[in-house]
Design a protein around this ligand. Structure first.
Ligand code: IPM
Ligand code: MG
Length: 360
């Protein structure tokens, strides 16, 4: 199989972790006889420095022509003072919107190898944590109009609009139900319909859409309760279906309680065209350039790409198994380090995974 991948290294630790993700993809190509052509483009702060824009047109073009997009991370203190329209984050939001990547899949999984890192009480962790947040990614208060800051009655006033139309809700609900069918067939739709009109419509449309998925169990939860239930007993969740802002918050929560933010991948998919694959963590400017970052979330994002963008399930399994074998062999980056394990840097960690992949 021959595929083109657009690489977006971005900022901070981005280039380091992406290099390891690319090394793993190359090893997959070698082992399974695929050709992955990589083309690099600018996004985020790196793009601002080079072109003045966080998402140059050339980047959108390169992404559109690719079969998949592999992104590391954007942002950093260097660009914090810029106007909101040209901040690095705009690059990320812009590429999601430009490519219509409305479905963001964020699995949170407690690997037995990393059980010691879990932030939950042992009896809660023992019940397990294996869920996926299906987050709507191109609507909601992130993109809603009107938005702005202006003076009203002599006071500076900031405002945004939380808005969803029924089709936006329907299509992400379908993704959640389809995802649940591949898993434990449970969807929990999370909103704030006791207060918000947009959430009331959300709930209504999710219930309507569910009629086509009678084999999937549907429940509903207010977002405040969901945030609480995630730490009280995450084992109750299979698929969490939610909007853009609630999903942003809940996916960070779900991932950090596994104790390993540096481990979790994500996929952003549209109705057609290339999907975008990225670790869910940020650009960690404090450790950038020091070869300390954990590349495993990026490597696992490559596995999601193989499975979801290229339908290469066996190859994806091979990458995930190589990661778990590397952990079983005791190798750890600083963020997941435990007593008695071997501390390695970003490059060495990637290399260990490649060795196990090729040997497996
Ligand atoms: C994420 C990030 C982004 C978001 C930021 C960087 C714009 O937090 O991917 O979760 O809010 O969507
Ligand atoms: Mg976030």
């Amino acid at each position: 199989m021959k595929k083109t991948i657009c690489l977006l290294p971005g900022d901070g630790i981005g280039p380091e972790i992406l290099a390891q993700g690319v090394a793993v993809l190359k090893a997959v190509g070698q082992k399974f006889g695929h050709e992955f052509c990589m083309e690099e483009a600018l996004i985020g702060g790196a793009a601002i420095d080079a072109t003045g824009q966080p998402l140059p047109d050339a980047t959108v073009e390169t992404c559109r022509k690719a079969d998949a997009i592999f992104l590391a991370a954007v942002g950093g203190p260097k660009w914090d003072g810029l106007a909101p329209e040209i901040r690095p984050e705009k690059g990320l939001l812009g590429i999601r919107k430009a490519l219509g990547l409305f479905a963001n899949l964020r699995p949170a999984l407690l690997l037995p190898e990393l059980a010691g890192a879990c932030l939950l009480r042992a009896d809660v962790a023992a019940k397990g944590l294996d869920l996926i947040v299906v987050r709507e990614l191109t609507g909601d208060v992130y993109f809603g109009e009107p938005r702005g800051v202006e003076v009203r009655d002599g006071l500076r006033t900031g405002y945004n609009t939380m808005i969803y139309n029924e089709e936006e809700i329907r299509r992400i609900a379908r993704v959640a139900f389809e995802t649940a069918r591949q898993r434990n067939k449970k969807v929990c739709s999370v909103e704030k319909s006791n207060v918000l009109e947009s959430s009331r419509l959300w709930k209504e449309v999710v219930i309507e859409t569910h009629k086509d998925y009678a084999d999937v169990e549907l429940s509903h939860m207010y977002v405040d309760n969901a945030a609480m239930q995630l730490v009280r007993d995450p084992s109750q969740f299979d698929v969490i279906l939610t909007g853009n802002i609630f999903g942003d918050i809940l996916s960070d929560e779900a991932s950090v309680i596994t104790g390993s933010l540096g481990m979790l991948p994500s996929a952003s998919m549209g109705a057609s065209g290339p999907g975008l694959f990225e670790p869910i963590h940020g650009s960690a400017p404090d450790i950038a350039g020091q070869d300390k970052a954990n590349p495993l979330a990026t490597i696992l994002s490559a596995a999601m790409m193989l499975r979801l963008a290229f339908q290469l399930g066996a190859e994806a399994d091979a990458v995930e198994n190589a990661v778990r074998q590397t952990l079983r062999d005791g190798f750890r980056t600083g963020d997941i380090m435990e007593e008695g394990k071997t501390l390695v840097g970003c490059t060495a960690m990637g290399q260990k995974v490649v060795e196990r992949l090729l040997a497996g």
